[in-house]
Design a protein around this ligand. Structure first.
Ligand code: HH2
Length: 262
């Protein structure tokens, strides 16, 4: 899953793709580099980010989605109105970082649109989530949350086979909590759903490399984390640097198989 942030303030690429033409060109580039899905987002969820209105979010993503018709796209939104329009324009998956807790109308949009859905764990909300994250057992708490959200989504009429789950690296977690989630990622597989991981360029990676105030991580660090997630069972990796990530994962998968082709 390649990241396409059509925002002025995303944590690692804010402002780079606010011009729709540049966003579209970047989306096509991500596909050419091997992304199976382009995740289009019009609202930053970085720590401290201020929410934007549905009108503003739609104004950012609509022209990009229109131009990317025919390309496999997911929409990174928690808003029913944005998701509805994105699905009309051909998006296949709704990537909701609130796991259906943000907008009560979103579940129906996903169910009616027969869309795929990503349910992500987040403690708190982006404005304040890094203030003091607390867990009894981070993996156990995230697992219980995802199990409950999965049941809720199915109750709302969304087919279980269309849902993937995500521990939400960096969403209300300390660096050590993020690392423990990655280390124990395979424990999420008990839910029987594909696991998506988004660790690309996140600050925990910069902290591992010794910068106590890092807000981002390097490409090499991101690729290492993607491979670690893959080797613990992640089947979808959300990445900004698609070519490097695809190359690394292709080799990691070939090593698992012990042969070039499957
Ligand atoms: N991370 C970000 C945004 N959306 N969605 C899922 N499912 N999982 C993630 O880990 C995830 C996500 C944050 O990254 P980015 O989009 O680069 O930044 P911003 O939220 O500042 O736009």
């Amino acid at each position: 899953m390649g990241v396409l942030n059509v925002t002025p303030d995303s944590f690692s690429d804010g402002g780079l793709f606010v011009d729709p033409a540049e966003a579209v060109a970047h989306g096509l580039c991500l596909v050419a580099e091997g992304a199976g899905l382009v995740d289009v987002g019009g609202e930053s969820t970085r720590p401290g980010a201020e929410p934007v209105s549905a009108k503003e979010e739609l104004a950012r993503v609509e022209p990009v989605l229109e131009a990317l018709r025919g390309v496999p796209v997911s929409i990174d939104t928690a808003k029913a109105e944005v998701a509805r329009r994105a699905l009309e324009l051909g998006a296949e998956l709704v990537n909701d970082v609130t796991a259906l807790r943000g907008d009560p109308a979103l579940a129906e949009v996903v169910a009616d649109g027969d869309a795929f859905l990503c349910l992500m764990h987040m403690q708190g909300e982006p404005r304040t989530m890094q203030a003091a994250p607390k867990y009894d057992d981070v993996l156990g708490d995230v697992l219980a949350f995802l199990e409950e959200r999965l049941a809720f989504a199915v109750e709302c009429g969304i087919q279980e086979e269309r849902i993937c789950i995500d521990p939400g690296i960096g969403f209300g977690k300390t660096p050590d909590q993020n690392l423990e989630l990655l280390r124990r990622l395979d424990e999420l597989l008990v839910l029987g759903r594909p696991v998506l991981v988004g660790v690309s360029r996140k600050s925990t990676l910069g902290r591992v490399l010794g910068d106590a105030t890092a807000t981002t991580g390097s490409v090499a660090a991101s690729v290492a984390a993607a491979v670690a997630a893959f080797s613990r069972g992640a089947s979808i990796v959300r990445a900004h640097d698609v070519r490097e990530t695809v190359e690394a994962l292709a080799v990691a998968a070939a090593v698992e198989r012990g042969r070039i082709t499957s």
